[in-house]
Design a protein around this ligand. Structure first.
Ligand SMILES: [Zn+2]
Length: 417
């Protein structure tokens, strides 16, 4: 059984900060299909459209009939552990620093034979396991064999924790804790074992319902943070920037209407100021310190979460300028991901459908409840995904967007949800 993680000791400030090492990060173009699946938290393998063979490792052609018609399809992952080995030597610096490392040979029920990182709770071969795909610290897909059923403290496994961004014992900044989502998220990360939560508030005089309860949680520390104020962001980064392990940007400025229904650009400018420039200000002030702390062991900087919107993928005209600001934020978040990845800090983009809050009041259901969205964000931190589509609407939109982006644009133009 995995022993529960103990609180890591405080970092000795005299010790030099180590440079982060990463597992091997190069993949062939076709193998990036695995990474795309892992980024969405799915276990997908190549399936031949002509003969039905499921194959691994990914190839340009089917290993049985040489067909090029290969599709990535979700697989079950159940399989049999045939043998295991404990690695005591590696030429890769990343693994050398983490020896010994457990690996297993697994025969999947769907066909292929795989070598996978083996969770500490998997009993010896032969035994049943379930394979899953996780993003590793280099941001590439890695196969992990997990025990067939969940075990206590499973997420505390030493090897698994190298691939996940579990909130347990970590220090977390939530940039706007006063929105319905911010409130739910503070409670969710505290329940997940966060060591300390800095709850940002742009307007300290506002006391939304539920705020008193939040302020009374011992792990929560309220901090002033207005993302439209460069000085305020800089000051807070100077104070806590070197200690933030996970940053969750929940700040959001949302007004309805498209282009013609509104005069002037003030509202659109305010949306950009929070949703786009706010993210840029945060990134400039907080990312350098997080990048430097990617190798701080158990309590390293590990993730940056952006709460975007499914409207970032394709414009929803009734919320037109808001969609544009979220599209800009998405593009910037991709740049941030590239800049943080050498440090092993993961950028997770969350694309919820309409949230059940005051600005989506006129939209018909289904809408995602803030508590459910907060739970999905914690699950993404634990599960190792980097693109998250919580809620039925988001999942439906992204499926249609992948299948036929022009079709979705036309449907949204007709204001169909
Ligand atoms: Zn085939």
């Amino acid at each position: 059984m995995t022993r529960p993680l103990v609180r890591p000791p405080r970092k000795n400030p005299i010790l030099r900060t180590r440079m982060p090492t990463l597992p091997p990060g190069s993949r062939s173009r076709v193998a990036l299909g695995l990474t795309a699946a892992a980024a969405r938290g799915r276990f997908e393998l190549q399936v031949c459209r002509d003969c039905g063979t499921v194959q691994y490792p990914p190839r340009e052609a089917c290993r049985v009939c040489l067909s090029h018609r290969l599709d990535w399809r979700v697989q079950d992952g159940a399989g049999e552990l045939l043998s295991e080995t404990l690695l005591h030597h590696s030429n890769e610096l990343f693994y050398r620093e983490r020896m010994p490392w457990r690996l297993g040979l697994v025969k999947l029920d769907c066909g292929p034979l795989i070598v996978a990182h083996l969770h500490g709770d998997c009993v010896g071969a032969p035994s049943r396991v379930r394979a899953s795909l996780h993003l590793d610290r280099a941001g590439q897909a890695a196969l992990v064999a997990l025990p067939e059923k969940d075990t206590p403290n499973m997420a505390d496994d030493r090897q698994l924790r190298e691939m996940n961004c579990d909130p347990k014992f970590r220090k977390i900044l939530i940039t706007d804790a006063k929105t319905p989502l911010g409130l739910a998220l503070v409670e969710a990360v505290v329940a997940a074992g966060a060591d300390l939560v800095w709850a940002g508030q742009a307007e300290p005089w506002k006391k939304p319902p539920g705020f008193e309860r939040l302020a009374a949680i011992p792990q929560v520390s309220l901090v002033p943070l207005d993302l439209t104020n460069s000085r305020a962001v800089k000051d807070l980064a100077g104070e806590i920037g070197g200690r933030v392990d996970i940053l969750i940007n929940t700040a959001d400025y949302h007004r309805n209407f498209g282009i013609a229904a509104r005069d002037g650009i003030e509202t659109a400018r305010a949306e950009m100021d929070v949703n786009y420039f706010g993210l840029l200000r945060l990134a400039q002030e907080f990312a350098p310190a997080m990048r430097a702390r990617g190798a701080d062991g158990q309590s390293s900087a590990t993730a940056w979460v952006n709460v975007l919107s499914i409207f970032a993928l394709s414009n929803f005209p009734p919320h037109g300028t808001y969609s544009a600001s979220k599209a800009a934020a998405l593009s910037l978040a991709q740049c941030l991901r590239a800049e943080l990845s050498p440090a092993g800090v993961r950028v997770i983009n969350v694309f919820p459908g309409p949230i059940d809050d005051e600005w989506n009041q006129t939209l018909p259901p289904p809408k995602i409840a803030p508590a459910r969205l907060a739970a999905d964000i914690v699950a993404a931190l634990r599960g190792g995904a980097e693109d998250v589509f919580p809620g039925d609407i988001a999942r439906d939109w992204v499926a249609r967007w992948r299948d036929n982006p022009k079709g979705l644009e036309r449907e949204l133009a007709a204001q169909q949800l």
